[in-house]
Ligand binder design. Structure first.
Ligand code: NAI
Length: 329
């Protein structure tokens, strides 16, 4: 089967090519993201493969259908960038990689917390320049702090376990509390209580109409002064102008984000020689207590392998007409 892979980076190609020949799949790699302007590249392909920042809206899906594409294989878990109704209407199947490595994302959330707190990024630069001063590097013990987790699915649950290991008091909110986590000492609380009681809040819920801008002016007002907010889930969980106000008035003490609402114009690209025309990210980057990584939480060897193998399995199931194990319905 011929598959067009959009938004390809060298590391995606490397992993796909490692396994492609043994699976009788033929991949063609496009650097460009998928959107209505690039959808015509799908001509002649039965399946396409996309990632988090491809725009799979109705207009794009209509064009894909016109070219005879029957399968959209997401090489990620979230599918907030796909118009599900439009895909259904055109009878295009949609598959995803539901869990490639909850540990990779949970561990990255912890890396953001530790870096923001203990300022190892600043210490690294200082020591390299012969500055051995400890001024302004003061951190706090994680032990005994209250960590609020919003969304305790695969990643959130893994994160809860790690934070329990640090000796934190873990409180959580999810529409479907986990009995297993309760047994491990995670306390489920109403969302407002999590906002009010946590010293650190980490977001691990999906982006949907209920969770969009879950961190906004009114939720920030409920939080402790100096709150640390970590978002490795989806950018639009946070209202960016509201969090910038929170940083300016010192309500927010630390912000660690691996995702950003307008990331599709920036992330995964080397823009170091360009003028960045996004005032919000420039403003965020100007705060010393903000740490931004460009959607790299998933990026481990283990996760890349799982993404590649599951995507290939998903496509092969479609080829053979088998039940689609990872179909998004
Ligand atoms: P999951 O589906 O296992 O867990 C999501 C949890 O959120 C579920 O327990 C669900 O009940 C809960 N939830 C749904 N609506 C909620 C609401 N309104 N309030 C509170 N909880 C709610 O998903 P998983 O694998 O844990 O992934 C979580 C998110 O992480 C994904 O949706 C994706 O956006 C993001 N992600 C980010 C990556 C990165 O590299 N930064 C990589 C992979 C996923």
């Amino acid at each position: 089967m011929k598959v067009a892979v959009f938004s390809t980076k060298p590391y995606d190609q490397e992993y796909f090519e490692r396994y492609a020949s043994s699976e009788d799949l033929h991949f063609t790699y496009f650097d460009s993201p998928l959107n209505k302007d690039t959808a015509n590249l799908s001509a002649g392909f039965e399946a396409i493969c996309v990632f988090v920042n491809d725009t799979v809206d109705k207009e794009t899906i209509d064009l894909l259908a016109g070219h005879g594409v029957g399968l959209i294989a997401l090489r990620c878990a979230g599918y907030n960038n796909v118009d599900l109704d439009a895909a259904k209407e055109k009878n295009i199947k949609l598959v995803r990689v539901p869990a490639y490595s909850p540990e990779a994302v949970a561990e990255h959330a912890v890396a953001l917390i530790l870096t923001l707190n203990r300022k190892t990024h600043k210490a690294y630069n200082r020591v390299r320049e012969g500055n051995f001063s400890l001024n302004k590097l003061l951190g706090f013990n994680l032990h005994g702090k209250t960590v609020g987790v919003i969304g305790t699915g695969k990643i959130g649950a893994t994160f809860c376990g790690i934070m329990k290991g640090f000796g934190c008091n873990v409180i959580a909110y999810d529409l479907y509390p986990s009995e297993e986590l309760k047994c491990q000492g995670v306390e489920y609380r109403p969302l407002e209580d999590v906002f009010k009681e946590a010293d650190i809040i980490s977001l691990h819920c999906p982006l949907n109409p209920d969770t969009k801008h879950i961190i906004n002016k009114s939720s920030l007002e409920m939080m402790k002064d100096g709150i640390m907010i970590i978002n490795t889930s989806r950018g639009a969980l946070i209202n960016t102008p509201d969090i910038i106000d929170g940083l300016a008035n010192k309500k927010v003490g630390f912000l660690g984000i691996d995702v950003y609402e307008q990331e599709e114009n920036l992330f995964f690209k080397d823009l170091s020689e360009m003028i960045i025309e996004d005032d919000l990210i420039l403003r965020l980057s100007s705060y010393p207590n903000v740490l931004i990584t460009s959607h790299q939480a998933y990026f481990t060897r283990e996760a890349m392998e799982e993404i590649t193998l599951t995507t290939m399995k998903n496509i092969k199931e479609f080829c053979s007409g088998s039940t689609l194990t990872n179909e998004v319905i």
